[in-house]
Write a protein that binds this ligand. Structure first.
Ligand SMILES: [Cu+2]
Length: 184
């Protein structure tokens, strides 16, 4: 797929730029003895601040990137995850299936028949919970685990013509069945 090629090329180019930058920075001598002790210690502290910032950056990305709701084509077909086809067109959504239970994870395969739309899922309180672009000729994969029972609503968030505001579709989410049979 072209996205994977673009990704590989980008990583190689970014890595090359970073390597050149590091090489130049490492080869540039800093004559600390030309400065007073205050400047010299500030310079050393700057090195530690850079290392700290790098560690924080890597740690935060490591912790949070896995929570992105967007799934690559290679990660599809996980057991226990319900595939849902969602197709936008001027001016309606075709979504199947539309009935779920709290705790169930839906994997929306989102695309468009005509122009760009935006698949936006709103919870029962009409707050947006997740969204992804609906693009002609391409399928975006978005996962969401339903947390509350009620009626979820799909709206379009990409202006797509005169009937844009009519693009509404409902998803029904039932309360989770109690495993023990007792009411919680
Ligand atoms: Cu629209």
């Amino acid at each position: 797929m072209i996205q994977n090629t673009v990704w590989d090329v980008s990583i190689i180019l970014m890595g090359s730029v970073a390597a050149i930058f590091i090489g130049v920075a490492a080869g540039a001598p800093v004559a600390l003895e030309n400065y007073g002790p205050a400047i010299a210690s500030a310079y050393r502290m700057r090195v530690w601040l850079f290392i700290l910032a790098a560690v924080v950056l890597v740690a935060v990305n490591w912790r949070t990137l896995g929570e992105l709701p967007y799934v690559s084509a290679s990660a599809q077909g996980t057991p226990g995850i319900q595939r849902v086809d969602a197709v936008g067109e001027q001016w309606s959504w075709t979504i199947s299936p539309t009935h779920f239970t709290v705790g169930e994870t839906a994997e929306f395969h989102v695309t468009s028949k005509d122009v760009n739309h935006d698949f936006a899922l709103y919870g029962p309180d009409m707050r947006i919970v997740t969204q992804v672009q609906a693009m002609p000729g391409y399928t975006n994969i978005l996962r969401y685990t339903f947390k509350k029972p009620g009626i979820y609503r799909v709206l379009c968030l990409e202006y797509c013509g005169i009937g844009h505001t009519e693009m509404m579709s409902d998803i029904k989410v039932a309360a989770a069945k109690s495993v023990t049979g007792k009411t919680p």
